[in-house]
Write a protein that binds this ligand. Structure first.
Ligand SMILES: Cc1ncc(COP(=O)(O)O)c(C=O)c1O
Length: 414
């Protein structure tokens, strides 16, 4: 098999192309684009909750006392609430500062180059002969011994992470940040899994595979058979991060199957269906031994006391979440109908957004909507998404405003 590298950084990280994959267009391809928009804009570009969080959340935050703020947070009750909500024991839940932090935890735990994780190499003091030698081989990465000369991290091998495109950009950001190698696998027809390309991309160096179900930006869910096939493909010691950021809107959670799949970590967020994006709170769910490993690479107090209060309140207001889910379902139906009228193909979505194949009308839609202070997301550069825009489908009133504006733009162009 031929391999080639592109965009290597510091000699230990980068992206790799394999049969069935393509190299990134530029070195900064993975830099996270915050895609800012004015505060008063109709923000349909980041898959946020367009109705705001439950009023119970802001009330709970307002009740936080000065004494509580002065103490480090206690996560016992909130972890119990999340575990009950997900129907798992508390030992299988790790709360994170947004699911972004959960993604980073998997990358750190799995992909640090062994030389950096396991020890350091002594560079000789100036004027002495170059004889670098490992000074710590404890395997824990927590100890080093200072000897003459300066200590330099060294990579002893590559740790590769498979990313199934089109993918959420944070996976590659996290992999590159910890010095891993991104191996991007292109999608098959209709944004399906290309099983042959995926199987060819797995090697004994594969440390992690990142995939979302429902996918972002596709909105397509993986089947149970596809998830277990992916998990069974990985070498011993590798982890599959199954990102379920949007699962409240459609598809089925893999959490009930974690008993049988010790190499799967399910990622969840409370940003989307619960409207807590600004609070930054998510969770990873996995077998206890995996959670223990992930906990070790994160700070002990990732969530502040306001977030703790907010999350407990959000989980307690089930009716608010159910109502929003119904609105999202109706919004998607309205957008599907509109796309059909306009002759624009779109992808049926299990998430709170729809990927629209706007083709040569893409730029006019982006510009025309922005001129009307409505923001949607350009996904043209993502593999398999050429000519696509992604539209968040939240409250029906917001969706109808956006559809009316899109119609105006498309009619003016016709
Ligand atoms: C697929 C996916 N995973 C994870 C996240 C990040 O979630 P959080 O806001 O909890 O960090 C997002 C946010 O857009 C996402 O789309």
């Amino acid at each position: 098999m031929t391999t080639a590298r592109a965009g290597d950084r510091a000699g230990t990280s980068g992206s790799m192309e394999r049969p069935g994959t393509v190299a990134p267009a530029g070195a900064n391809q993975y830099e996270y684009d915050r895609a800012d928009a004015p505060a008063d804009a109709l923000r349909l570009h980041l898959n946020e909750h367009t109705g705001g969080c439950s009023a119970a959340v802001t009330e709970a935050v307002a009740r936080v006392t000065r004494e509580t703020v002065a103490k480090y947070p206690d996560y016992t009750a909130v972890t119990r609430a999340v575990a009950d909500h997900l129907d798992v024991p508390t030992s299988r839940v790790l709360l994170t500062n947004g699911l972004d932090e959960g993604i980073f935890a998997v990358a750190i735990a799995q992909l640090r180059p062994p030389g950096v994780a396991a020890g350091l190499v002594r560079q000789p003091a100036r004027g002495t002969s170059p004889a670098p030698a490992p000074v710590s081989a404890s395997g824990t990465g927590r100890k080093s011994r200072i000897v003459a000369g300066s200590l330099q991290p060294v990579a002893c091998g590559l740790n590769e992470a498979l990313i199934l495109e089109p993918a959420f950009g944070m996976y590659a950001d996290a992999v590159e940040a910890v010095g891993g190698t991104v191996v991007r696998v292109m999608p098959g027809a209709g944004l399906s899994l290309d099983r042959e390309a995926i199987a060819a991309a797995v090697t004994p160096l594969t440390g992690a595979l990142f995939v979302a179900s429902p996918g972002n930006p596709s909105g397509i869910s993986l089947t149970l058979a596809e998830i277990t096939w992916l998990a069974s493909l990985l070498p011993a010691g590798a982890l599959l991060l199954l990102d379920e950021a949007y699962v409240e809107f459609g598809g089925e959670s893999f959490i009930p199957h974690l008993d049988r799949w010790s190499n799967v970590v399910v990622g969840r967020t409370f940003a989307k269906a619960y409207g807590l994006a600004g609070m930054r709170v998510g969770a990873v769910v996995a077998r206890e031994d995996v959670i223990t490993r992930l906990r070790r690479v994160l700070p002990p107090y990732s969530l502040n006391v306001f977030v703790v209060a907010a999350l407990e309140a959000a989980l307690g207001d089930r009716a608010y979440m159910d109502d929003y889910r119904a609105q999202v379902a109706e919004s998607k139906r309205l957008l599907y109908d509109a796309c059909e009228r306009w002759g624009l193909p779109c992808v049926r979505s299990d998430a709170n957004f729809v990927l629209v194949r706007a083709g040569d009308k893409r730029q006019a839609l982006l510009d025309g909507l922005q001129a009307r202070n409505i923001y949607i997301r350009d996904r043209d550069r993502q593999p398999g998404c050429e000519g696509c825009v992604r539209v968040t489908t939240g409250l029906v009133t917001h969706t109808t405003t956006c559809i009316a504006a899109m119609e105006e733009i498309l009619c003016a162009r016709a």
